[in-house]
Design a protein. Sequence first.
Length: 472
Amino acid sequence: MSRTAAAAALADAAPRAYWLDDPARPVPLPSLRGRVEADLLVVGGGYTGLWAALEARRRHPHRSVLLVEAGECGGQASGRNGGFASASLTHGFGNGLERWPEELAELDRLGERNLAEIGETVASLGIDCDWQPTGELTVATRPHHLAELAGLQEAMRAHGADGVRLLEGEETRALLDSPTYLGALHDPTGTALVEPARLAWGLREACLDAGVRVHERTRATGLERTGAGVEVGTLGPEGAGTVRARQVVLATNAFPPLLRRLRLMTVPVYDHVLMTEPLTAEQRRAIGWEGRQGVGDAANLFHYYRLTRDDRILWGGYDAVYHHGSRIDASLEQRDATHRLLAEHFLETFPQLEGIRFTHRWGGVIDTCTRFTAFFGTAVGDRVGYALGYTGLGVAASRFGAQVVLDLLDGADTERTRLRMVRERPLPFPPEPLRRVGIDLTRWSLARADAREGRRNLWLRGLDAAGLGFDS
């Protein structure tokens, strides 16, 4: 029955990203052609690159900034994600506590300030992206989740998160009604929801207003040192180009980096998403959700979901997919088996919404690294800076990452650059075929742990002992 209902719900879903299917989408800017110069070149027009370009103009208004984007600004992960802007800079409290316990309080303080400043920037620039500081629910759907969430609440409160509350099943279902909920951890301040593509487009417009030169449909093809600067080759529909810059910010996320040293530091993973039609008033009453919180479940292989401004439900996650050889291709954005599985899980979670239709289904590629949160560095004699590895939690952390990269390029001693998190690098992934074997074994083990009351097998315990533990 669930498969039949899921197939019916997906029957008319358009194979494209809902956020990008928007009449407000700006017209692409001209590609780069010929030889140009800039004080700072930013490669990548997602959040990290856009924040870096905007912040660079603020810090050094006398310096020229040029940004090149292979497609359109916000067209990849920055415009396709669930729109969860988290205060966490460490991919969640637990990951931060495991890796940097002595500076977690500082990281949390910086993350909270970063999230607040994004909201202030959205307001001051008048970006129409439905920025909503709703907070988040982490819901328990298995009995062992309750003990895990209780332990997490205790640890968070010990580190000053007094507002985090553990909810009983009835309290949880009073906020959002699903028969699968046994309880939840409610963090009322750590997450804001946003329309992700509109945030990217608003930052693009702000960059243009600030004097940043932006060229879209311009792919960076190579990088080499030249004299006191760096030269980057480009290719676009109008031909080849060359940018000579004093400094470069690499903000390419999951896509192949221009620096050889970074090629084993991240792997691309495809995440998949569904969007429903707008809920009727009766459907909204059936589930509640008056607080409009973002929601994620407490499993290793978890779902995330939220309401849009017109009361659609975005539903994504769970079945993150790695393709052999770190393959990236637009054809991988649609995966029937994953979308069907997501639709089945949706209807199991909200059986009272039987008969609802999905209007959009899509996927997108994110990058992950072995520590599951961003890492930073410089190369080419400190002329090139980079931030990569956000692992799907970069909507807000990308602004912090852009600031770190600019600090490093400036040679500045700041509260950000003094962090051990910033100074350390993750371990690289192994080459193929070991990379594919390790990723598949980890994902299988995480699914098995979910089915066995959270018990982690020998492989997962070994990863934990090596500092490589992961909950997808």
